[in-house]
Design a protein around this ligand. Structure first.
Ligand code: PLP
Length: 427
């Protein structure tokens, strides 16, 4: 399927922007071909620079749970815009945002706003180190927590897609403070604590992984991580940048009934504008400047436009409770893919929970980084292109989750099921 306008934009972009993109996975490298450019997005639909309409299952990589350009969010941004774009002082929106987050997310007593998920995880880790006066951190292979130095080690998302789970430019001395373990492996966690007594500041994880494809924990695993971290006075950080407000109003921690010490948020809380946040136990959060010795700041943090957009989005979630319906639609999509693969004799795993899903072409159940990498990425690339030709946009990588929004109505899902089924039929 040709995208001539996009191709010429991409040629110009490549002269000016490294790889032609401002975030690597957008370059389509792992699925082949050039990316399409989007000039507008509404509801569940992207409109490309070439005037093609695509049903979008990327949803701007998670934030667009209400679909694109939702009228209520748009109106909230417009209303805030009347009063100015940035004040550099406290503003009323921040207080309202904090109240909503504290009300929605069970473990959060106090919260600090920042500008991206990367800032949220970077700051939460610094805070955990300052609070515990320890240096080492534990992360899990395939979990992606943004692009700060100590977290780009065996990372997921674009880092994994492009074969750089360990980034160049991260000093070995920094990397030494990061212990990387396999997800879903209790014995590995025990061994890491036994080998580093009194040294581990925090354990950070995506409670449901979404950056190595979508992977759910084994039953009891998250509770075990909670128990072990509590025993060692180690701060447990749930990175819910992707899952927050998506898996449930209060994130995975609400659905699984686990109370982490700190939680990182982003994506949905910005309503489509750039926002991140981290929050949790008041005694830990009060270690932050200006109250405590852990420094963290941001010129545009708590930005009124971003807060207004986010507040409108969160209020809509409360009003609509879209989660049961999103899960129904997610299952419909999963079942269609499973049935088409079965008919064609293609081994597949389709983990799905609510509005998140992944399609792994493998006969091995996917429960960590290693098993995710066993899936057939070449077959995925062909499937991706066939789906795109049919007007369905999946994430351009075998290791990214798919997302639904409340704008994906029954008709959009029916259509997507048809397109995906025939794409599988033709593989
Ligand atoms: C997207 C994501 C991040 C990084 O957020 P940015 O806003 O892209 O910096 C961190 N953690 C998780 C789990 C994410 O999905």
């Amino acid at each position: 399927m040709p995208f001539p306008v996009s191709d010429s934009l991409f040629a110009r972009a490549k002269e000016l922007i490294p790889g032609g993109v401002n975030s690597p996975v957008r370059a389509f490298r792992s699925v082949g071909g050039a990316p399409f450019f989007v000039k507008a997005a509404r509801g569940a639909t992207l409109v490309t620079a070439d005037d093609r309409e695509l049903i979008d299952f990327v949803c701007t990589w998670g934030p667009a749970i209400h679909g694109h350009n939702h009228p209520v969010i748009k109106a909230a941004i417009a209303a805030a815009l009347e009063n100015g774009t940035s004040f550099g002082t406290p503003n009323p929106y921040e207080v309202e945002m904090a109240e909503l987050i504290v009300r929605f997310v069970p473990s959060i007593q106090k919260v600090r706003m920042c500008n991206s998920g990367t800032e949220a995880t970077m700051s939460a880790i610094r805070l955990a180190r300052g609070f515990t006066r320890r240096d080492k951190i534990i992360k899990f292979s395939g979990c992606y927590h943004g692009h700060s130095d100590s977290l780009l080690i065996k990372a997921g998302s674009g880092a994994l897609t492009h074969g750089h789970p360990d980034s160049a430019g991260v000093p070995a001395s920094f990397a030494q403070e990061t212990i990387v373990l396999p997800y879903n492996d209790r014995a590995a966690l025990d061994a890491a604590f036994a080998a580093n007594p009194g040294k581990i500041a925090c354990v950070i994880l995506e409670p449901y992984c979404g950056n190595v494809g979508f992977i759910m924990p084994d039953p009891g695993y998250l509770a075990y991580v909670r128990e072990v971290t509590r025993k060692h006075d180690t701060v447990l950080i749930f990175d819910e940048v992707m899952t927050g407000f998506r898996i449930a109003k209060g994130g995975v921690q609400e659905r699984e009934n686990i109370v982490p010490d700190l939680t990182c948020l982003g994506k949905i809380i910005g309503g489509g504008l750039p926002v991140g946040a981290f929050g949790g136990r008041a005694d830990i959060m009060d270690m932050l400047a200006p109250l405590g010795p852990v420094y963290q700041a941001g010129t545009l943090s708590g930005n009124p436009l971003a807060m207004a957009a986010g507040i409108a989005g969160l209020r809509l979630l409360e009003e609509l409770n879209p989660y049961p319906r999103l899960d129904e639609l997610g299952r419909q999509l999963r079942d269609a893919v499973l049935a088409a693969c079965k008919a064609k004799g293609i081994p597949v795993q389709v983990p799905q929970c609510g509005s998140m899903f992944s399609i792994f072409f493998t006969d091995t159940p996917v429960r960590d980084y290693d098993t995710a990498l066993k899936s057939d990425a070449k077959l995925f690339a062909r499937f991706f292109r066939a789906a795109l030709d049919g007007g369905v946009y999946l994430a351009p990588s075998a290791y990214e989750a798919g997302f639904l929004s409340t704008a994906h109505d029954g008709a959009a899902i029916d259509r997507a099921c048809e397109v995906l089924s025939s794409a599988i039929q033709d593989l």
